[in-house]
Design a protein around this ligand. Sequence first.
Ligand SMILES: Cc1ncc(CO)c(N)n1
Length: 224
Amino acid sequence: MKFSERLHEKLLPIWRKNHDHPFVQEIGNGTLDKEKFRFYMIQDYLYLIEYAKLFAIGAAKAKDVETMGKFAAMLDSTLNEEMSLHRQYGEKFGITPKEFEEAAPSPTTLAYTHYMLHVGQNGTLADLVAALLPCAWSYWEIGKELSQIPGASEHEFYGEWIKMYSSEEFGQVAQWCIDLLDELTEEKPEEELAHLEEIFLNTTRFEYMFWEMSYNQAMWPTDE
Ligand SMILES: Cc1ncc(CO)c(N)n1
């Protein structure tokens, strides 16, 4: 069994909760409160700045030029394609790129990005890919599922978001990360696989927490 197939079995119950989360459901049916989406966009922008750094670290840890080039391309597409979606929504909300960058991260954003960067900086290349894979993979699954809802991709506000994450290009990135992790885990001992599975499940859980945080617009409870 490929390692990604083993991960897929483990992640399904958490993904079901992700897909059923009101934040995701309401993007799909177009009813999500725009204030919640605005909060999410700001936090997701901050998240993506840190997430992009994982690709830079991946390039530095890659063992061959082809893999290095792929990480460089993913760094570029995150900063210049995926985040331009956020900048476009920012224009609708009256948020400038500078304001995005200077916004305060929520505790969940901090915890999630710091965990990923800790694993990426201190672990192996396989550890790094295990940490980032749920991000690419779960968004692609959500994008594809929501794009099946009639009219959802054409929704005047949320359509662009759904189109981005159900796109062929986004799917290719997710698939490349899946294939790389399968390649890096071939013939690896169970102990190492169990460690990778733990990292993967942790960021999968953080994905759920990110929806929850966004829906509740949750900042520090002590500041309220
Ligand atoms: C929190 C989060 N996870 C994954 C993605 C997909 O890149 C994103 N934009 N935000």
